[in-house]
Design a protein around this ligand. Sequence first.
Ligand code: NPG
Length: 369
Amino acid sequence: MSATVTLRRLAMPLVRPFRTSKGEETVRDVLVASWTEDGVTGWAESAADAEPIYFPEYIDGVRGAIEQVLLPLVAGVSGVLTTGALRRSFAGVPGNQLARGLLETAVLDAELRRHQMPFVDFLCSVRRPIRVGVSVGIPGDLDTLLAWVAGYLEDGYRRVKLKIAPGWDLAPVRAVREAFGDDLPLQVDANQAYTPADIPLLSRLDEFGLVLIEQPFARHELLGHAKLAARHGTPVCLDESVLSLDDAMTAIRLGAADVINIKPSRVGGYVTARQIHDVCLANGVPVFCGGTLETAVGRAANLALATLPGFTLPGDISATSRYYAADIGPSFELDADGCLTPPSGPGFGVEVDLDAVDEFTVESTTLSL
Ligand code: NPG
């Protein structure tokens, strides 16, 4: 094999600070991988943060795992590396979903480009406009929240997700319901900030007719989530609890997930994301595509994934302008129906702007195999 992989850490300024129960970001610190082999380059980005905040892995850990564990495993593969050969090489590696997913996704994009195949075709899906939602961070006060939500509705979003945390839950939900009416599809995301002892408090959200409540409890709390779901109040959605296909199946069997948020990066890439989609579809569990403030690269791939039939709920895949004034690839903007359409080109269909990449790069390592 003769391939190179470049791992770049980009600092991308956000148009608006993004605060959740876990903390605030004003600049997205994002790890991007490019895989070049046989004259073709594939791109991928990671959901990893600088610290292990949402996920057990973090940027330096992902880089270390790729350099020290994963690349040596594929170095011996003969011929051009395929996604299938890569997955076989990594089959014995426990955990490390973000690291495996980053490398697998860059190799998948390169493989599809080599075959001139759009990702939607690889998924056996059909390219179509996808209805998307917006995830609204925690502002300082209710007036700011209402102004933000009003702006997003004006932009054309048809589903709103509010970040909640202890002390910022019933009041913002009530305020948004009162200001924008009962017909607005509204959901909340706690990012693990509560415990099952808070079930009585969370039950008070039922009166607001929410689409779902996402990840109220710690990621290991499957039984707590099952207890909340057993009330048949607001549907319970899992995000951070599901790092693999096995996690998804266990959650479904336990009745811990009425809905699953599928973030491809979190589960080890798009092949596993697809498998989770299929299992959910077979079990009647609706899914939506999660987001981690993606650049054009991840946004394009997520839009293609969201064309699959089980993605019946709008995903966290907003327009580029909701996140960035400048991106490393083409901008995605909402159409008149509040939809985005995946690109049509081979692979993820994104022509990466190398000058923009250079501009945002704060650290870069290139490794040859
Ligand atoms: O639209 O990309 C988006 C943001 C969606 O809320 C969102 N992402 O908890 O799901 C989350 C959150 C997130 C952002 C998680 C960054 C991890 C990193």
